[in-house]
Write a protein that binds this ligand. Structure first.
Ligand SMILES: [Zn+2]
Length: 426
């Protein structure tokens, strides 16, 4: 029996353990916002990983955005050193899940097993991936106890809200610096036979148009900020959206529709605030003096963040030229630059070889339309040998009746273990 056969067989014998581990993780409702039960899930992982021979550390992201005594941002970093010196392979998973939403037919925190799938909020995004990486590391340590280097597993907070109390905090503290960690695999649900090299960039901004309040029966005595915003939207429809559709990327972004620049209008608020549903009165008669729009621009590795901003500013300036009384403010809310790991980077080659061995075909290389914690590892940690690879179907993330396939978890755990063997087993 070759070592890879042994690794694959070992993981197969841990099927029940993998299922139970995934269920246990799903049953701790780590909803974010607000960021609940991080300590509980870290204690659970601490117990598990100590038992598997890891040294563990619980790190609270004190002072980070979102951290409070009511909702502390706890993270866990576990490390198992090998027999000799060598590289460190780090598996990073976020422990938070998004709100449940409507339309579930199973208990979102029940971890029900049905037809080879485990159901629950976070099943695919990404407690299934976390469980698979733990089983992979444990199996590798059991089969190859004399490995070189080190294996790290982290469970981190707040990915769903930007990762500032999680990976960003740890990266600032040096946990992802290249002298400590050399290879990072993030088991996000990108499908078991795909390797995700990176993501597009993000620029969020708030545009505000200004007007003047007046009585609604005499709108000519005021100036309607919502009408000014509608002029902005008209200009966007006529010039900006068609221009964005023309910008295509060489990045292998999936799905196909995200291979171009995109812009979403996240929200518009103008005039009187909306009343509660149980309010039975009528609105008042006022000309809106403020209108705000939040835009979410996703950009490509071929684009420059300054050009992305100038493009939106020039839309606003064109409106100003053609419209009397038009005035606006624009404010950046959030920015993340695009990132993409080279296809010949060591972690990519090792996982690719492992995918080939388990599935008998080369992996598909993809880039994510949205960002994930790789941004902090890349920008703050300055570690560029990082990918997302894990079980589960991305389209199920954040949806009702989210699930992860048990066979998919087994196979991707096999890929992770074979990649460990390639990187640390020599
Ligand atoms: Zn995720």
């Amino acid at each position: 029996m070759t070592i890879s056969d042994k690794l694959r067989a070992k993981i197969e014998t841990r099927r029940d353990d993998l299922i139970a581990l995934t269920q246990d993780l799903i049953r701790i409702p780590t909803l974010n916002p607000p960021g609940a039960n991080y300590r509980e899930i870290c204690d659970y992982l601490d117990h598990r990983l100590l038992h598997s021979g890891f040294e563990t550390e619980l790190v609270r992201a004190e002072g980070a955005i979102g951290d409070s005594d009511k909702y502390p941002r706890w993270n866990i970093v576990a490390r198992k050193a090998g027999k000799t010196s060598g590289d460190c392979v780090h598996f990073n998973s976020h422990i938070d899940v998004v709100e449940v939403g409507h339309g579930w037919t199973t208990d979102p925190f029940g971890g029900q097993v049905k037809d080879g799938k485990i159901y629950g909020r976070g099943a695919c995004d990404m407690k299934g991936g976390l469980a698979a990486s733990i089983i992979a590391a444990e199996a590798f340590i059991a089969v190859c106890p004399d490995f070189a280097g080190a294996i790290e597993i982290s469970g981190t907070a707040d990915e769903e809200s930007g990762g500032f109390g999680g990976v960003a905090y740890l990266a600032e503290k040096g946990y992802f610096s290249p002298d400590r960690v050399q290879h990072v695999i993030i088991p996000e649900p990108l499908n078991k036979d795909r390797i995700c090299l990176g993501h597009r960039g993000v620029w969020w901004a708030e545009i505000e148009t200004k007007g003047e309040i007046a009585h609604g029966s005499m709108p000519f005595l005021g100036d309607c900020a919502v009408r000014h915003m509608s002029a902005v939207m008209r200009e966007m429809e006529e010039s900006l959206f068609p221009a964005l559709a023309q910008k295509r990327t060489e990045m292998p972004v999936v799905p196909e529709g995200a291979k171009q620049s995109t812009l979403n209008i996240n929200s518009i608020h103008g005039g009187e605030p909306e009343q509660e549903d149980d309010y039975t009165g009528l609105p008042s008669a006022c000309v809106p003096d403020r209108c705000r729009m939040v835009i979410d621009r996703r950009f490509l590795i071929e684009e420059n963040i300054d050009d992305v901003q100038d493009e939106v500013r020039s839309v606003l300036e064109r409106v100003r030229e053609g419209r009397s009384g038009f005035d606006y403010d624009i404010r950046e809310l959030h920015r993340v630059l695009p990132t993409m790991t080279e296809q010949d980077a060591p972690v990519v080659s090792s996982v690719a070889k492992a995918v080939d061995e388990v599935f008998g075909r080369a992996p598909q290389y993809v880039v994510s339309p949205g960002t994930y914690d790789q941004k902090h590892i890349d920008r703050i940690g300055r570690l560029h040998n990082c990918i997302a690879y894990g079980p589960g179907i991305l389209d199920l993330a954040h949806k009702p009746d989210e699930y992860v396939g048990i066979d998919d978890m087994i196979e991707s755990a096999q890929v992770m273990a074979l990649a460990l063997q390639d990187l640390l087993g020599k």
